[in-house]
Design a binder for this molecule. Structure first.
Ligand SMILES: Nc1ncnc2c1ncn2[C@@H]1O[C@H](COP(=O)(O)OP(=O)(O)OP(=O)(O)O)[C@@H](O)[C@H]1O
Length: 222
């Protein structure tokens, strides 16, 4: 069943058309890789999904009630960021009624910290955490609101190779529990390892299919 349907979508900034006549479905439980070189419009597509950019033509439709989770790159966070890992994650608790946490909210936060292997460093300022830990904190924060669709926007871009795989192994666990994943990347290796389907954006157009049919990297990378 399609969680997201994109139909004949054209996105543009003024006269500059970035995405032209794009159509694809994202089904529940899939791990969709959105891949393409710098500047092909990956971020522009994400902007449109979050309703920050109006389509020039076409439609974006989510199954009703779909909650989106967003995981940005950790490097957008400064070293002097003072909140603890726990407090940072808790910022995304849905529908807070009071400034303090209820018992239920506290246990929700602890559960997600455990699931993302952050319990040990939960009291540490997030600004001082390692890249991988910061990235897991972003993941935990997004997951706290129980999203149906998790969008990872170049979330592995500044991580060491081993840590990239750790992060995506963790994401796969949540996917196996029913969360649909959209992973924006230009890492062909990771794409082949984790994706179920792909959406390949190029300056000339796009292609989509099962991950085994992902075209080779234009740079010849494996
Ligand atoms: N607000 C804007 N106004 C005009 N042009 C823009 C704007 N934002 C992005 N662009 C242009 O749109 C094109 C697509 O940009 P976008 O950021 O979506 O690409 P991307 O695939 O996400 O690239 P990267 O992998 O480098 O993040 C680029 O040529 C960019 O310069």
């Amino acid at each position: 069943m399609a969680l997201l349907t994109v139909k004949n979508l054209t996105l543009a900034y003024g006269e500059h058309e970035i995405i032209h006549d794009l159509s694809f479905d994202l089904n529940q439980g899939e791990f969709l890789i959105v891949i393409g070189e710098n500047g092909v419009g990956k971020t522009t597509l994400v902007r449109a999904l979050f309703n920050q950019l109006k389509p020039r033509h076409g439609e974006i439709n989510f199954q009703s009630g779909t909650q989106l989770g967003y995981v940005p790159q950790f490097r957008n966070l400064a070293r002097d960021y003072p909140l603890s890992v726990r407090d940072f994650v808790a910022l995304n608790l849905p529908m807070r009624l009071t400034p303090w946490l209820s018992k239920k909210e506290r246990s929700q936060v602890e559960r997600i910290l455990t699931q993302t292997n952050l319990t040990r460093i939960a009291d540490r300022p997030l600004g001082l955490a390692s890249g991988g830990e910061k990235q897991r904190a972003y993941l935990a924060q997004a997951l706290l609101a129980s999203p149906q669709l998790l969008i990872l926007d170049e979330s592995t871009a500044s991580l060491d190779n081993e840590v990239k795989y750790e992060l995506l192994d963790l994401v796969t666990k949540f996917q196996q529990q029913g969360v649909t994943v959209m992973f924006i990347t230009h890492d062909w290796d990771l794409a082949k390892h984790y994706g179920t389907r792909f959406l390949h954006l190029t300056t000339k157009g796009y292609s989509t299919g099962v991950i085994a049919d992902l075209p080779a990297s234009p740079k010849g990378e494996e």
